[in-house]
Design a protein around this ligand. Sequence first.
Ligand SMILES: NC(=O)c1ccc[n+]([C@@H]2O[C@H](COP(=O)([O-])OP(=O)(O)OC[C@H]3O[C@@H](n4cnc5c(N)ncnc54)[C@H](O)[C@@H]3O)[C@@H](O)[C@H]2O)c1
Length: 375
Amino acid sequence: MAAPLNVALIGYAFMGRAHSNAYRQVARFFNPKHPPRMKVLCGRTAKNVKAAAEQLGWEEAATDWREVVRRKDIDIVDISTPGDSHAEIAIEAARNGKVVFCEKPLANTVREAEQMLAAVKKAGVIHMICHNYRRAPAVMLAKELIESGKLGKIYHYRGTYLQDWIVDPNFPLVWRLRKEAAGSGALGDIASHSLDLARFLVGEITEVTAALETFVKQRPLPDNPKKKGRVTVDDASAAVVRFQNGALGTIEASRFATGRKNYNRFEINGSKGSIVFNLERMNELEVYLTGDDPAVQGFHTIMVTDGDHHPYVRHWWPAGHIIGYEHTFVHTVYDLLEAVARDKVPTPNFEDGVKNQKVLAAMEKAAATKRWVKV
Ligand SMILES: NC(=O)c1ccc[n+]([C@@H]2O[C@H](COP(=O)([O-])OP(=O)(O)OC[C@H]3O[C@@H](n4cnc5c(N)ncnc54)[C@H](O)[C@@H]3O)[C@@H](O)[C@H]2O)c1
């Protein structure tokens, strides 16, 4: 194995843990040319970040991301913080010649996203955005079926990303519910994933119309539950989209879909067949093909775990020995490391991040003006 790539991870909560797991596991199951070395974990509170670094397997803990991204011994800066800090950290990391791996959505505004893209291009560094669902084997199989023409001409993308974690009106006003921290609500948080899958599988979106809704407008403050503050983002979004290739789509996201936990589902209909993916059954892909024997025609379920035929899974277990959520991050990190080794920008990258951000902004504008908006 060649020399390791030293990683600095900023943020150590939900995504910080998912990314840490990916760095820990990737060289144990895959064979990256340059394995990652978990050099430094960065947060804001010294005691907490130190404890997290020990638990998650990082060599050092730090509290000043500016110092961290300037360190000569760091190769990759991984940004797993809320959206309001992505631009600042990414731009500074790029200026210092680092590979920049950033969580979604790329930024809180199109302007910030464009500045981030300009910075990585100017510095000539490798960049990637973490839309990890592209790397579920079933989604990769969906991509292959579409690219090979097996589904024919694509007519529909029907994406739904549904959760229910804030149905309780007493759920506190966390950062995800504040525009200045998160940029938007369900839209940027989860519709962004469904949108990225739409662009990955079907193509570019040219025009949108949308509605946004905030059902609970005031919520208890996290550190003073007796007081309430205003929710400044959407709880749910619903959009109709037109694709460059003529397909018509819908992208719906909600944090108020009672009973739905992480229901990231899409259905794609083409002239020769249809496919259905649901993250909550992520080892499966439902397929319908018009060319099948009419006597047994219907949607059938493929277990996407056969290493001879399905991407990534040969590195894990024998067929039928399923994989989970965290594996999508391992696959993403593996592809990032291989891209760095080949000095080639992987996908999805900051260009995709900017394109996604423009569609999200168009959806917000469409919702505000109650019109169709060109992207
Ligand atoms: N790819 C996915 O499926 C996925 C899932 C969840 C979240 N995300 C994205 O990941 C990012 C982080 O979300 P999360 O769920 O991990 O949030 P979180 O609240 O669980 O964690 C945020 C972390 O960032 C740290 N942080 C905040 N500001 C900081 C600063 N200025 N300097 C250093 N550390 C700082 C916090 O201490 C915390 O450790 C967001 O952009 C979110 O949209 C992506």
